[in-house]
Design a binder for this molecule. Sequence first.
Ligand SMILES: NC(=O)c1ccc[n+]([C@@H]2O[C@H](COP(=O)([O-])OP(=O)(O)OC[C@H]3O[C@@H](n4cnc5c(N)ncnc54)[C@H](OP(=O)(O)O)[C@@H]3O)[C@@H](O)[C@H]2O)c1
Length: 313
Amino acid sequence: MASAPSRVLVIGSTGYFGKFMVDASIRLGHPTFALVRESTQASDPEKAKLIESFKSRGVNLVFGDVYDKAKLVATLKQVDIVICTLSHRSPHLYEDEVMLILAIKEAGNIKRYIPSEFGFDVERLDIMEPAKSLLGVKARVRQRIREEGVPYTIVCGALAANWYFLPRIGQAGVSGPPTDKVYIVGDGNTKVSLVGEEDTATYTIKAADDPRTLNKIMYLRPPGCVITHNEMVDLWEKKTGKKFERIYIPEPEVIKKIEEGPPDVRGSYMIAHAGFLKGQTMIDIDTSFGVEASELYPEVKYASIDELLDRSL
Ligand SMILES: NC(=O)c1ccc[n+]([C@@H]2O[C@H](COP(=O)([O-])OP(=O)(O)OC[C@H]3O[C@@H](n4cnc5c(N)ncnc54)[C@H](OP(=O)(O)O)[C@@H]3O)[C@@H](O)[C@H]2O)c1
C-alpha cells in the first residue's frame, strides 16, 4: 500500500515566497497547513484575501506566531515537514528561526525542516556589505540547525526570477524593462541562475520528503534557467523586435554605486554585482553535500528564462 503523503506546514505563508510554497504543496497532493498571524488577517485586506483562498483550497489554517511556543509545538505535532519562509529583511530572522528549531526539537516528530533560504549559498557567498551581514544570518541558522540535529534540506543557488531581475531584463537600479538603453554590470557574459518562484516551490516540496536530499544542500540550476545578461537581452530583443543600446558598467563603477548610491538602488546593485558579475549563483557544487534540483527531478516541467520572459511582454 502506498504511504500517505507527508503533511506540510508553511511558516510565512502570507509572504512573497510562502504563498508559492502553499500552492505547490497543495498541487503535489500534500495535506497542507499554514501558520497565519491573526493580526495580519484583520489588518491587511490583500493578505486576508490570500488567506481566504487558502481556506477555499482546503489548507488547514492555524492562527499563531512563531513566538507562541505552545501553539507552535501543538501544530508541529500534526505535520511531518516544515517549510520556513520568514523574511531575511526582519532584524530578528535568526531568533525567529531558532524559536522554530527549538519547537521542532520539542515536538520530536518532524522529518524535515526547510529553512528560509531560496537565494545564494550563504556559506560560500562573496557579496559586498551590508548584504554580506544580512545574508550571513542564514549561515548562522544553518549552523544552529546542524548543532541541534534537526533533519534539514537547504534550497538555494538561484535568484528568484520574477522578484526583481527578470521584469527589468536583468538590470539593477531601474523600475522596469529597458526602453532605449539597457544597463549591464560587467561585460554581461557571466552565467546566472534565475528560477521562477513556482518552480522553486515545486522543487522544494519534492525535496522535502526525499531521502536523497536529507541534510543536503539542493542547488537550483535547471539548464534553461541559466543565462548571461547579454543572452537575456538578445532574447528580449528578439521577442520585442527592438534593439537596445547596451551600456556596460565596469566593476569599479558598480562598486561606487553600491557604496555611494541612494539606498533603494544599492541593494539591487549588491545582488547584481554578486550574481551577474561575480557568478555567485554558479559556484561549483560539492557533491559530498550538494545536489542539483533538475537532475533529481527531471520530470518537473520548469519554466525556462525564454518562457518566463514571455510573461513580461
Ligand atoms: N533569491 C531571491 O531573489 C529572493 C527573493 C525574495 C525572497 N527570498 C528569500 O525568501 C525568504 C522569504 O522571504 P519573503 O520575501 O517571502 O518574506 P516576506 O514576504 O517578508 O514574508 C515573511 C512571512 O513571514 C511571516 N512572519 C513574520 N514574522 C512572523 C512571526 N513572528 N510568526 C509567524 N509568521 C511570521 C509574515 O507574516 P505576516 O504576513 O503576518 O507579516 C510573512 O508571511 C527569505 O529567506 C528571502 O531571503 C529570496
